[in-house]
Every structure is written in structure tokens, then in C-alpha cells.
Design a protein around this ligand. Structure first.
Ligand SMILES: Nc1ncnc2c1ncn2[C@@H]1O[C@H](COP(=O)(O)OP(=O)(O)OP(=O)(O)O)[C@@H](O)[C@H]1O
Ligand SMILES: [Mg+2]
Length: 241
């Protein structure tokens, strides 16, 4: 579904991605990890069609980017640092707004279903500015999946969530994955990321240094692999995020 070959991205003279090769088959859940500044968000923004690569090939669903961005964009859902939610609107109004933006049919049903799915039906008439970080994140996920995208992209969706909110998000992501969506997620919580997904890709020094299938290694083994590939102790990274 997502095919990346020889991807290069430079910001000015600063080479961030130096030949990234990554294939995420349809329906697979891949976690992308790597040190701060490795270029994970840059890579995700290119896949999300928000940023143009310097060189290399990115295809989504067989469509070459960025030439076919317009066609592909509506099949992508993105959860990033910006929630893209409006504080003064209610939860339902926020989703209605996006339903109009995506020109979705039967938007009332879709919005009601999405609010139920993320456990916010009871709070749908409350202004989003009164929401906790966890509720906000669930609503962001509802927004990102409202149009039933084939590809779901998540940049550190766990940042700032407590244990209960994290567990809820785990559950939501497992369900999105079970629906057959192709998921690419960035996290700094290495073992959590490993356990949640099918495969972890380690981005280091501008390339995918190694890919690890989640069933093949224990958490401890993965931390050793990560340390070897990045030259950093995994314990030095944020515990959550
Ligand atoms: N718009 C930009 N202009 C110039 N340099 C940028 C820009 N965006 C990112 N960079 C640089 O590219 C590098 C990779 O940044 P990026 O945000 O992709 O890393 P990351 O792996 O997501 O890091 P983190 O774990 O801290 O989120 C960094 O050195 C950053 O300073
Ligand atoms: Mg980032």
C-alpha cells in the first residue's frame, strides 16, 4: 500500500532522509522508531502528501506521489501534533465540519457512529476546549477515520496520555487495524510500539536501518537491536509518546 524507494529529503543543505526504503503492505501495522531528529515526522509528512521529497519514489496504493496527491489524499487519515480541532465547537460540530470538508454522504450517521466508536457519544455536545488530552486524542482519531481512510498515519499519538487513555487508544488502534487499515505509527515507546504492531522499522542516520517483525523478538531483545542500530540506549528515550 505504501511503497517508498530511495527516498531523499534535504532541508537546504541538511540531508535528513538519505535513501529510505520501506514497504507497508495493505492491512499491515508498522511502527516507525528512531532517535529525535532522525526524520520520522519528515517521512510521515511526505507519505501524508504534505511535503515534497527531494528525490526518490513514494507510491500509495500504486499511485506515484506527489503527482497524484489530490487523488490519494482522501484515502489517508492523519493524526499529528496539531489536533485540527476547534475548541469553541462541540465534539459533534467538529466532526460535522470535517464531514462537510470531505463531502461525506449521510454525515449525521457517520458522525454519530464515530463518536460512539471512540467513546465520546455522551460528551458530543460539549465544547472541545473543555476536553482532557485523552478525550481530545480520541476525537482526533475519530476525525482522522471519519472518511474511512485506507491508510492511517499517526505521529506520536500517545504523547501526554495517562495509562487509562493509552489503553483506550491501544484498543481503538487494534480495532482500526482489524478493519484492514494500513497503519504507520511513530512512537518513542519502543516496547509498546513493538507489541501493538506487526513490524517495527528503525530509522537511523537517514535510512531504515532494520525491520523487526513483532513476533520474532522479545521487548528486551528489541531494545538491544535498537541500541545497536542507533547507538543510543533505549532507556534514554521518552517513556511515552
Ligand atoms: N521545516 C523544516 N525546515 C528545516 N529543517 C527541518 C524542518 N523540519 C524538520 N527539520 C529538521 O529535520 C530533521 C528531522 O526532523 P523530524 O521532525 O523529521 O525528526 P523526528 O524523527 O520526527 O524527531 P522527533 O523524534 O524529535 O519528533 C531535524 O534535524 C529537524 O531539525
Ligand atoms: Mg517527530
Amino acid at each position: 500500500m505504501i511503497q517508498i524507494r530511495g527516498l531523499i529529503k534535504q532541508y537546504g543543505l541538511n540531508p535528513v532522509l538519505r535513501g529510505v526504503d520501506l514497504h507497508v503492505p495493505a492491512g499491515e501495522f508498522v511502527t516507525l522508531v528512531g532517535p529525535n531528529g532522525a526524520g520520522k515526522s519528515t517521512l510521515m509528512r511526505i507519505v501524508a502528501t504534505l511535503l515534497k521529497p527531494t528525490a526518490g519514489e513514494v507510491k500509495i496504493g500504486g499511485w506515484l506521489m506527489p503527482q497524484n496527491s489530490g487523488r490519494v489524499r482522501r484515502h489517508i487519515g492523519l493524526v499529528s501534533h496539531q489536533t485540527l480541532l476547534y475548541g469553541d465547537l462541540t465534539a459533534a460540530e467538529n466532526l460535522q465540519f470535517f464531514a462537510k470538508l470531505y463531502r461525506l454522504d449521510n454525515s449525521d450517521d457517520r458522525v454519530a457512529e464515530a463518536l460512539k466508536r471512540v467513546g465520546l457519544a455522551a460528551r458530543q455536545r460539549d465544547a472541545v476546549r473543555t476536553f482532557s488530552r485523552g478525550m481530545m486524542q480520541r476525537l482526533t482519531l475519530a476525525r482522522a477515520t471519519l472518511h474511512e481512510p485506507d491508510v492511517l498515519l499517526l505521529d506520536e499519538p500517545y504523547t501526554g496520555l495517562d495509562q487509562d487513555a493509552s489503553a483506550l487508544l491501544d484498543d481503538l488502534l487494534r480495532r482500526e487495524s482489524a478493519k484492514g487499515r494500513t497503519i504507520l505509527m511513530i512512537t518513542h515507546d519502543l516496547v509498546h510500539g513493538l507489541n501493538l504492531c506487526d513490524r517495527v522499522a528503525i530509522l537511523s542516520r537517514g535510512k531504515i536501518a532494520q525491520e523487526v517483525a513483532s513476533g520474532e523478538v522479545t521487548g528486551a531483545e528489541f531494545l538491544d537491536i535498537y541500541a545497536a542500530q542507533t547507538g543510543r540506549k533505549a532507556g534514554m528515550t521518552k517513556a511515552n509518546g
